[in-house]
Design a protein around this ligand. Sequence first.
Ligand SMILES: C[S@@+](CC[C@H](N)C(=O)[O-])C[C@H]1O[C@@H](n2cnc3c(N)ncnc32)[C@H](O)[C@@H]1O
Length: 139
Amino acid sequence: MSETNMVPVGIVCSPFKERGDAPRQGRLSDELSKITIFPEYLDALLGLSEGADIFILCWFDRSDRSVLQSHLGGDETRPIRGVFASRSPNRPNPISLTLARLVKIEGNKLTVKGLEALDRTPVLDIKPYSEQFDTPIKE
Ligand SMILES: C[S@@+](CC[C@H](N)C(=O)[O-])C[C@H]1O[C@@H](n2cnc3c(N)ncnc32)[C@H](O)[C@@H]1O
């Protein structure tokens, strides 16, 4: 199998210091976070504007990568699901996906709303939300 190689393009500065501090999904909180984009990726921000809806993909560095199944929401009264059928942060490749609002751009610092990543979480990628393509496929 070919090697999969990723490098972080930035890092999160967040009010959520520990897992218990963070909401299950970022939109359940009004807190703002900052993403510092590393200088070598600054050119990749061209075309992003304040107010945009963006997907943020992070590497959840404090996850347990051995987990394949877990109770939904970590609640033992709820059914067990495979991690590919859940949003559990614990999974073989702990890549998180969050639709957030880009509130402010100041050079290489992005202020975002709706991100539940812990402080110092590595950022893998940012992509714009598309009203045309990011909806369920109709039969
Ligand atoms: C349920 S996951 C959802 C993540 C993303 N919105 C998704 O659906 O892929 C969010 C939880 O992951 C945990 N988390 C956040 N940052 C993390 C990190 N760097 N390492 C491990 N867990 C993290 C927090 O407990 C947070 O409540």
